[in-house]
Design a protein around this ligand. Structure first.
Ligand SMILES: [Zn+2]
Length: 293
């Protein structure tokens, strides 16, 4: 587990086990806020222990940036906290989240999720902003779609630090979301005058790196859109897509703990399904068989 102090009372955690997924903590004098939990209970427990022993305050709120397992399946480890998120996040956790957990529990070789309970947001919103005062800092919660329909971002107003959730990633991932909405979220983030972007996966982006990260992500999305459009015109679109590597779209395959290639394939697949829905060679399967992170 990597840990860093981002600014006064603001901490960042990154998994070294699963897809470089991240979480955050903002501490006040009396209580703390957790922003997302990690993929495995044992990792979330390390964060909890850090708060208990180093910060020595109880956790009053857990904010979820979206409903995907690697960001919220540790909620139940903070039983005294109120969970906050998008109203769709609550809905998705109770439906798709519960189903996914049930499926994960069927895996007999790997029973790390046996004690996990779905703890959906109790306090929800779906438009505008929600402001939470933690000590001297304002946390401003706002919808931030693209990666998923229930995405939110959290701005630490005084520090200009944005917890962007998965709307900003080293490799944008749109299988459960929407390409154009991801583009507009990335553009919105680029205009926020930020010191740091905390991505839902990957490293902290520093002020001087924001422009190039934004450019790279927009170029990647344009490249996969173009490739999918070309593929959709072919008789066998997926054969064409096999040749479209992650590098040819301007990204490295080592991103996200080596998952970048798989996610890239998922992005291309979903775009072709949207663009060539009437081609009999294009299966109309749902997102179920594509990785959701
Ligand atoms: Zn996600």
């Amino acid at each position: 587990m990597l840990r860093e102090r981002v600014s006064e009372n603001v901490y960042w955690f990154q998994s070294e086990i699963y897809a470089q997924v991240t979480a955050g903590v903002v501490a006040g004098p009396q209580w703390a806020v957790v922003i997302d939990t990690l993929a495995l209970p044992e990792e979330t427990l390390i964060i909890r222990e850090f708060i208990e022993t180093e910060l020595r305050v109880p956790v009053r709120y857990v904010i979820n940036t979206h409903y995907h397992a690697d960001h919220c399946w540790g909620n139940h480890l903070f039983p005294g906290a109120m969970v906050v998120g998008h109203s769709l996040c609550r809905k998705e956790m109770l439906t798709r989240g519960s189903k996914a957990l049930e499926a994960a529990r069927q895996n007999k070789q790997n029973n790390v999720y046996r004690n996990v309970k779905i703890a959906p947001p109790q306090l929800t919103f779906d438009q505008g902003t929600l402001t939470l005062k933690v000590g001297k800092k304002n946390l401003i919660l706002m919808p931030m779609g693209g990666h998923s329909r229930d995405g939110i971002a959290i701005l630490v107003e005084e520090d200009r630090v944005l917890f962007a959730g998965d709307s900003f990633m080293p490799l944008p991932y749109i299988v459960d979301g929407d390409l154009e909405e991801t583009v507009s979220s990335i553009k919105r983030v680029s205009k926020m005058g930020l010191e740091n972007i905390i991505q839902g996966h990957g490293d902290i982006i520093l002020r001087g790196e924001i422009d190039s990260a934004v450019k790279e992500n927009l170029a990647y999305l344009a490249a996969i859109k173009k490739a999918a459009r070309l593929a959709a015109r072919r008789r066998n679109p997926f054969e064409f897509l096999d040749e479209v590597s992650v590098e040819s779209c301007g990204k490295s395959r080592v991103y996200l703990g080596g998952l970048a290639e798989d996610l890239h394939r998922g992005n291309l697949k979903i775009l072709v399904r949207q663009m060539a829905a009437d081609n009999p060679r294009v299966s109309k399967k749902t997102t179920d068989e594509l990785p959701i992170i």
